[in-house]
Design a protein around this ligand. Structure first.
Ligand SMILES: [Zn+2]
Length: 446
């Protein structure tokens, strides 16, 4: 159980339209919920277990990552981005050798990194879900992390286009007792990678079960086996409000308008997109009325769980690509928090520091180099903030990071992920001179 806590004298960036930014704020957490937020001195102190003075700190809602492939977090360092060590060849080569315990270790690794970086809500986009045991191990790791998570249930990598994902197993999960801060969605392949009867079966299942769907949409239009034909999908009735598309870097203006009209949302991963796909049409998607959220995609590409980097990339790339409608730092922070929550259907629970919502938040130390003096808090946090500033992280009022350290045993988490990737590579017959020397990348170029 989380204790009742009063946080005092911090700058609160609430992301609540009625509360805005409060220069010196008090915030009361009770039973894991935010019960009061207001100017310092105005919030009651009766029966509080702990009062924490946060002078010089900034409180904001935890970030929401709407698309992250946690199963391959452990691949980081192997993938260079080019040649035989580009993302897709490495993924294809290793995916079949990943066992449930490896996925669990990789998931725990990625989520520990997310929590440390202030990311409190995560969609685990599982496109190498190999068995019911894999699903169970993944869910256990997600729940154990303490983060608020969704399993976007997918299929094994390179799965047969004529076979749906294991919907019987999804139905089993939906009947199972609920787990804290956890729900299920479907990560679908869509018409370019699955046959029509498979697409219809998966979409129908999602609609009948009320599950959200998420779909990769390119890649580039030239990647015909990956690019979703939006107009054709609409003719088949597949553009439904519970659908989220990911990337859409080559979507045309008319496709974006169609997606917006149908209530489809968009998850963009600016850092990986500008590295390997193209410039995401964020401003056009917003103009088309789409809900747009942010995601880190994969820690293997290579990258790290870092929503500050995603926001900074988004602001800068739109300043370059569409200066008249560039995304402001304030808007970028909305995408990383409340819009992400809205995309997932979680906006009544999280995404802003609003009374009644769950106490998912981070506290940044604005006294550190890189943030001070921070005259405009929002601009400073978005454009100069970094993971190194994340001092505390709470989910449901529970401290998952405190005084700069994760509550979880991070040494064990990293060690288990290291054991997992070593085992996977050994099973894959990868030519390694020294499994202990993974970080050195010994002899792995093909
Ligand atoms: Zn992805």
């Amino acid at each position: 159980m989380s204790a009742d806590t009063l946080l005092r004298n911090a700058t609160a960036i609430t992301m609540d339209p009625d509360l805005g930014v409060i220069a010196r704020a008090d915030l009361l957490i009770r039973n894991g919920s935010i019960v009061e937020v207001g100017p310092a001195g105005t919030v009651g102190t009766v029966d509080v277990d702990e009062i924490l003075d946060l002078d010089g700190r900034v409180i904001l809602p935890g970030f929401v990552d709407t698309h992250l492939h946690l199963w391959n977090s452990m691949f980081r360092g192997i993938i260079t981005g080019y040649g035989g060590r580009a993302y897709f060849p490495v993924k294809r080569r290793l995916a079949a050798h990943v066992r449930p315990e490896d996925t669990a270790a990789s998931t725990a690794l990625g989520l520990a990194e997310c929590i440390g970086a202030g990311i409190t809500s995560v969609v685990n986009w599982h496109h190498n879900l190999r068995s019911p045991d894999d699903a169970d191990a993944t869910i256990d790791a997600q729940v154990a992390s303490g983060a608020r998570t969704r399993l976007a249930y997918g299929n094994p990598d390179a799965w047969n286009a004529s076979r749906p994902m294991d919907l019987i197993d999804v139905a089993r999960l939906l009947r199972a007792p609920s787990r804290p801060r956890f729900d299920v969605g479907l990560a679908v392949r869509g018409p370019t990678r699955a046959e029509e009867h498979v697409v219809l079966e998966e979409w129908t299942f999602a609609q009948e079960s009320g599950l959200p769907l998420t779909l990769h949409m390119g890649g580039r239009r030239a990647d015909v086996d990956r690019y979703a034909d939006i107009a054709q999908m609409d003719r088949r009735g597949l553009l439904i409000p519970q659908l989220q598309v990911v990337h859409a870097v080559d979507a045309t203006p008319s496709e974006l308008v169609l997606l917006g009209e149908r209530g489809v949302s968009l998850s963009v991963s600016p850092v990986t997109e500008i590295t390997s796909m193209g410039v995401p049409p964020v401003t056009q998607a917003m103009a088309a009325g789409m809900t747009v959220s942010l995601s880190n995609d994969s820690l293997a590409l290579p990258g790290r769980a870092d929503m500050f980097a995603q926001m900074q990339a988004l602001v800068r790339l739109t300043q370059f690509a569409d200066p008249g409608r560039a995304v402001s730092p304030q808007r970028a922070l909305q995408l990383a928090t409340i819009e992400g929550a809205r995309d997932l259907g979680w906006e009544s629970e999280v995404g802003s520091l609003s009374p009644g919502k769950r106490a998912d938040m981070m506290i940044l130390d604005a006294r550190l180099p890189g943030m001070g003096p921070g005259v405009d808090p929002v601009h400073t946090v978005v454009m100069a903030g970094g993971v190194e500033h994340v001092q505390h992280v709470l989910v449901d009022g529970e401290w998952l990071k405190r005084d700069g350290r994760l509550v979880a045993d991070t040494e064990r988490v990293v060690e288990e992920a290291r054991g997992a990737i070593s085992a996977v590579m050994e099973r894959a017959g990868w030519p390694l001179d020294d499994l202990e020397g993974l970080i050195g990348g010994v002899g792995m170029d093909e």
